[in-house]
Design a protein around this ligand. Sequence first.
Ligand code: PLP
Length: 357
Amino acid sequence: AYNFSAGPAALPEAVLREAQAELLEWGDARASVMEVSHRGAAFEALVADAEADLRRLLAIPDDYAVLFLQGGATQQFALIPMNIAAPGQAADFVVTGHWSAKALAEAGTYVDARIAADAGAPYVALPPRAGWRLSDDAAYVHICQNETIQGVEFQEAPADLPAPLVSDFSSTLLSRPLDVSRYGLIYAGAQKNVGPAGLTLVIVRRDLLERAGQPRARILSYAEQAAQRSMLNTPATFPIYLAARVFKWLEREGGLAAMGERNRRKAQALYAAIDGSGGFYRNPVDPAVRSWMNVPFAIHEERLHAVFLEESDAAGLLALKGHKAVGGLRASIYNAMPEAGVAALIDFMHDFQERHG
Ligand code: PLP
């Protein structure tokens, strides 16, 4: 079966097989990786290696810290303002869909969260950069790089910002090369392209860690986590182990340039099938900002969605139901989705249209 889930999402089969093979005995440990101390030499070496691989894959500059945290992207919605803004300081938010709206709402507890631009429902385009109303005194500017639900993506970092750019990369990190230096802080829940749920990546420019931020417990401090190499307490050991395997897999596959080419081909093929269906299927998003990872689409007749879901599931094409906020269908085609999976979906879509068109 091919799994089109938006997240937790499919992981590379090769990675799962490796993990399965050493589930009971990891390396020389004579125990599972889940059963060893996170402070032992073997696990510490694994984390150091994972960080080195991630730095190489993304070409992360030395003046950025890499944190392996928990709490998901949602917790970062709160931790970011706490850590890099003073109480009540302004922060600018660009609202482009469901997740950027959530980030804005959570940050409002800690900062003066201002809407610099709002694309407006149904969130099928990005607000033009020229119209953003940015504050002179903002601690940062927040965007969501890829709106997982609406399928709208910033293809690159917006330019000429007066404050550091903070971006939620949960559903697009590692899908293609990325210029980290354009961002002050990048964060992502792991459960799409990185690994299983339970791990959250934060990549943050070190000068931002020197900001006083707000009074907060040590455990909520990025600076403390960076100083302790994300080992202030027990980290999500098994998700880190699997993510480390995913990083090695990405390198074997040719790195992010190769992955980006593959993802571009997958997305192009699927959008072309939707656009070429004579209106049977449609995707409402501005073609210039269509997501490479999450492809929402609808059938012209609402009642056919349930039929499509039943038949596609029976054909081994899983989890194609659209998010309830948008309805219809959605295919998430992260790194672990092979081109053959997208081709199988397109074949099924043609066949379905012939039978129901
Ligand atoms: N941001 C984006 C873009 C997402 O897709 C998601 C989850 O799907 C979240 C944030 C929330 O992530 P988490 O459940 O890890 O808090």
